[in-house]
Design a protein. Structure first.
Length: 530
C-alpha cells in the first residue's frame, strides 16, 4: 500500500538551529513531523514533491489548499479530506497549529473522503472592512489581537480611512512621524489600528477587543498636569556580583509619580530569590519620592520585552511591595507564543500567567497595549513608540530580543531613545522609516546592554552624547582590550563608540545609582550619585 506524504511549504524553515526554541524549525514543519509520526511510515516532504496520498499542512502550494482556504473565514481553522488529500490549515500560523492539534487527536487514516471539521477562534475580531491592497498575510498578536498586512500606496490608505468613517468607525487617535501614518478607530467595543509605512509600501491593520486592550492616548486617566517635582532619570545599579543583570531605569515625572523601564534579573533557587534588586528598587523609589502625600505612584511600568533579566524584578517587586505602592498601568507589546515559537531564547510571562499573578499581588493595574506610532504624555514627559514586534510580520521573529519595543522620550527639548534589546531587523526598520534628524537623540539606552544589539548605522544616526550602558563596567571596558575580536560585530561597535574623537559620556549599571536632572547637559551638578 502506498504510504502518505506529509507536506509542508518549501518557503518555511525546516533546518534545525542550535540554541533556538523548538530546534529553530517553523511550527508548520514541527506539526508535519508530529503527524507523520502519528501515521507511522509517512514521509515529511516539501510541496516541491508530489504523491497520490498527501496530508497538506499550512500554506502549501497546492490548488486544493487554495480552494479550501477560500472557504474558511479569517478566524477559522479546519481539517478536511478530499479524495486522497487531507488538508490541515487556517489563515495564520496560530490557526494552522490549532488545526494540526485537531488531526492529532484522532487517527488520520480513519478520516474518510468528505470529512470537513471547522473550528473558530472566537476571541479574534476579523469581521472588519476589507482592505483593497495586495494581501500579504495574517498573524496573531498579544492580548488576542490579530494583524493583517497589505501592500499599498498612500491614496488607497486614505480611501480606506474614509470608508471606515462611512461605516461608523470613530477615529480616536492619529499621528504622523516622517510620513509614516498611524490611526486608531473604535466601533462596537473593538478597536482597529491602521498604519501606513511609505518606505515599505505596506499597510498594517491590527484589531482587537477594547476589553483586552487599553491605550495611554485614549483610554484611562494616566496623565496629570500637576507640577510638584523635578523631572529626572535614575539608572539603578544591579547586583552583578550576586548574579543579577539586565536594566532598570526610573523616570520621575512632574506630578511626582514614576515611569519605570524594565527592572532587571532576580536569581532564584528552589523558588526563593537570592538577589534583591527588587528591594533596592523600592528603597530607591522611597528616596526619590517627593509627593506631599508620601505615596509611591507608578504611572506606567514599561516592559520592553519579556526576558527574565528585564521582567523578574518587576515580578518580585509586585509580590513584596504590591500592597505598598500604586501601579496604574503596565505598558508592553509582548508577542504570542506562536510568533516566538522558534525564536532564540523566548520567554512568555504574559502567556504563562506570571503577569496576571503580579497584577493580583499589586491589587490590579491596567494592561496597556503599546503600538507603533503611539504618541502620549505622562506627567509632562512625552513618549512616542517607534517600533514593536508587530512590525516584523510577514517575516518571522528569529531573535526574541527583537520583540523589544523602541521608544523616543522627550522632555525640555531633550530626547532619549530606549532601544531595549533590539538587534538587526528593528535597526533596519528604524533607519528605513525615520529621517536621521528625527532619530537623533541626546541620550541613548544601549541596545542589549551594549553587547550584540543594534547596528552601527543606527547609532550613527542617533549620535547621542550620553550612553546608558546597562552592563557591568568591567564587561564593557573589556571590549577595549587590544586582543578584542573585532570580527564580532557588536565588539566593533562598542570600540567605535568608546574610541570616538569626542567619546560620549558612559554610565554603567554597577555602582552607583545615577540620577540625572532632565534635560541633562552633561554637567556634574545635574547628576546625583546615590
Amino acid at each position: 500500500m502506498e504510504s502518505w506524504n506529509v507536506v509542508y511549504s518549501h518557503k518555511i524553515a525546516c533546518t534545525e538551529k542550535q540554541g533556538f526554541a523548538n530546534g529553530g524549525v517553523d511550527p508548520e514543519y514541527a506539526c508535519a513531523q508530529k503527524i507523520a509520526q502519528r501515521l507511522g511510515e509517512a514521509q515529511v516532504v516539501s510541496d516541491l514533491e508530489h504523491n497520490d496520498r498527501e496530508v497538506l499542512i499550512g500554506f502549501v502550494d497546492r490548488p486544493e489548499m487554495n480552494i479550501y482556504l477560500g472557504k474558511l473565514m479569517k478566524n477559522q481553522y479546519g481539517v478536511c479530506r478530499i479524495g486522497n488529500k487531507i488538508l490541515v490549515s487556517g489563515h495564520c500560523v496560530a490557526s494552522v497549529i490549532m488545526a494540526c492539534n485537531v488531526l492529532l487527536e484522532q487517527n488520520p487514516v480513519d478520516i474518510t473522503d468528505g470529512y470537513d471539521y471547522r473550528g473558530m477562534c472566537q476571541q479574534w475580531i476579523t469581521d472588519i472592512p476589507a482592505y483593497p491592497g495586495l494581501y500579504l498575510g495574517m498573524t496573531d498578536c498579544c492580548f488576542d489581537n490579530v494583524e493583517f498586512v497589505y501592500e499599498s500606496d498612500l491614496q488607497t490608505f486614505d480611501t480606506y480611512l474614509s470608508a471606515l468613517a462611512e461605516k461608523g468607525y470613530q477615529k480616536t487617535f492619529e499621528n504622523t512621524i516622517c510620513d509614516n501614518r498611524f490611526t486608531r478607530w473604535i466601533k462596537d467595543g473593538a478597536f482597529l489600528s491602521v498604519s501606513y509605512s511609505p518606505s515599505e509600501n505596506r499597510v498594517r491593520l491590527i484589531s482587537g477587543s477594547l476589553q483586552n486592550n487599553k491605550f495611554f492616548d485614549t483610554f484611562g486617566s494616566y496623565n496629570s498636569t500637576e507640577i510638584i517635582a523635578q523631572v529626572n532619570m535614575t539608572q539603578m545599579m544591579l547586583d552583578y556580583d550576586g548574579g543579577s543583570f539586565g536594566m532598570c531605569y526610573i523616570i520621575t515625572l512632574e506630578d511626582g509619580s514614576f515611569v519605570i523601564f524594565d527592572g532587571g534579573h532576580v536569581r532564584v533557587i528552589n523558588g526563593y530569590p537570592k538577589t534583591y534588586d527588587y528591594v533596592r528598587l523600592y528603597t530607591l523609589l522611597e528616596e526619590l519620592n517627593t509627593r506631599p502625600d508620601g505615596k509611591i505612584v507608578i504611572s506606567a511600568w514599561y516592559m520592553t520585552h519579556e526576558h527574565s533579566d528585564h521582567f523578574n524584578v518587576f515580578y518580585w517587586f509586585c509580590k513584596a511591595f504590591g500592597d505598598k505602592v500604586t501601579i496604574k498601568a503596565y505598558g508592553a507589546c509582548p508577542c504570542s507564543n506562536t510568533v516566538a515559537y522558534n525564536a532564540k531564547n523566548p520567554e512568555f510571562h504574559t502567556v504563562n500567567g506570571r503577569l496576571a499573578q503580579a497584577s493580583e499581588w499589586a491589587g490590579g493595574f491596567d494592561l496597556v497595549t503599546l503600538q507603533t506610532g503611539d504618541d502620549f504624555t505622562l506627567g509632562g514627559v512625552h513618549f512616542e513608540i517607534l517600533y514593536t514586534v508587530d512590525d516584523i510580520f510577514p517575516d518571522r521573529l528569529h531573535y526574541f530580543n527583537d520583540s523589544s519595543f523602541v521608544c523616543k522620550m522627550t522632555y525640555g527639548g531633550q530626547a532619549t531613545l530606549w532601544l531595549g534589546d533590539i538587534c538587526t531587523a528593528p535597526s533596519e526598520m528604524l533607519i528605513q522609516r525615520y529621517a536621521k534628524d528625527y532619530l537623533k537623540c541626546d541620550i541613548v539606552q544601549m541596545a542589549h546592554h551594549g553587547l550584540n544589539g543594534a547596528r552601527w548605522d543606527l547609532y550613527e544616526a542617533v549620535d547621542a552624547k550620553v550612553l546608558l550602558w546597562s552592563l557591568w563596567e568591567k564587561l564593557a571596558v573589556k571590549q577595549l582590550d587590544d586582543d578584542a575580536d573585532l570580527s564580532v560585530e557588536h565588539i566593533g561597535i562598542a570600540r567605535r563608540l568608546l574610541l570616538k574623537e569626542n567619546p560620549p559620556e558612559c554610565y554603567y549599571h554597577k555602582r552607583p545609582n545615577y540620577t540625572f536632572t532632565l534635560p541633562y547637559s552633561g554637567k556634574e551638578g545635574e547628576r546625583v550619585d546615590r
